[in-house]
Design a protein around this ligand. Structure first.
Ligand SMILES: *Cc1c(COP(=O)(O)O)cnc(C)c1O
Length: 233
């Protein structure tokens, strides 16, 4: 299947999942996870109607940005972000999904302030309590959100999660549901520099379940571009 056909199918699946649970499909945005796909393929996905491009690695983002790969499409950063790379993406990406520590938020705030802009971010939650995964533990969130009050050049717009890899998408429903509950609970409290609007969860294997459980940003790579060939890199 072509990238265009894949995008069409993913969008149809999102729409069907939304309708199944009484949501407006227009509230859900499709983020194309573009890692390891070149500018040509990224442009194909944009032409086919993905809402947003999500990049994982800073260097790859810089290369493709220089090639104009994302022209006409909002760009997000979705991968693990090292503090020393923050300076390369501030002001270039609309949203950073993967803020997994207060010190990373602090660095983003510092760099955004220096450029006189506000950087929108999501806090990443390690919802499966996996040792090898980054993100805040759910019980750390309240404290982290309190800390955001000091950072007037960032705005926390929501939460992001990557649940455990699963073979049966239904198995992740419980994690998505927990994320939605955290999202609601936080939204009911008042934190400075925090507005709970975005819930980024669901990938190729489980985005339909994520939509059913309240995701409004889904990040799909393989389902759009096909399997990534890591052996080439
Ligand atoms: C690669 C990636 C995705 C997409 O994964 P697929 O399973 O290929 O859809 C989503 N989110 C993040 C953070 C990723 O790195």
């Amino acid at each position: 299947m072509s990238i265009a056909e894949n995008v069409k199918l993913v969008k149809e699946n999102i729409e069907a999942a939304a309708i199944r649970c009484g949501r407006d499909p227009a509230d859900i945005k499709l983020v194309a996870a573009t890692k390891m796909n070149d500018a040509f393929r990224v442009r194909e996905a944009i032409a086919a109607g993905v809402d947003i491009c999500g990049e994982n690695r800073v260097q790859e983002l810089q290369e493709k940005l220089a090639q104009g790969a994302y022209d006409g499409c909002p760009l997000h950063f979705i991968g693990h972000l090292q503090k020393n790379k923050v300076k390369y993406i501030i002001g270039k990406v609309e949203l950073i999904h993967s803020v997994d520590s207060v010190s990373l938020a602090q660095e983003i705030n510092k760099r955004a302030a220096a450029l006189g802009l506000t950087q929108d971010i999501l806090l990443e939650v390690n919802i499966g309590a996996e040792e090898n995964k980054s993100g805040f533990a759910p019980e750390e969130l309240a404290c982290a959100l309190d800390e955001m009050a000091q950072f007037s050049s960032i705005r926390v717009l929501g939460l992001m999660a990557i649940p455990p890899v699963c073979e049966i998408s239904e198995n992740n429903r419980v994690y998505f549901r927990r994320m939605k509950q955290l999202f609601i609970d936080i939204g009911q409290k008042k934190y400075d520099n925090v507005i709970m609007q975005l819930l980024s969860m669901g990938m190729s294997a489980d985005y339909e379940v994520a939509v059913e459980e309240g995701a409004n940003l889904v990040r799909v790579g393989t389902g759009i571009f096909g399997a990534r060939n890591y052996a080439l890199k």
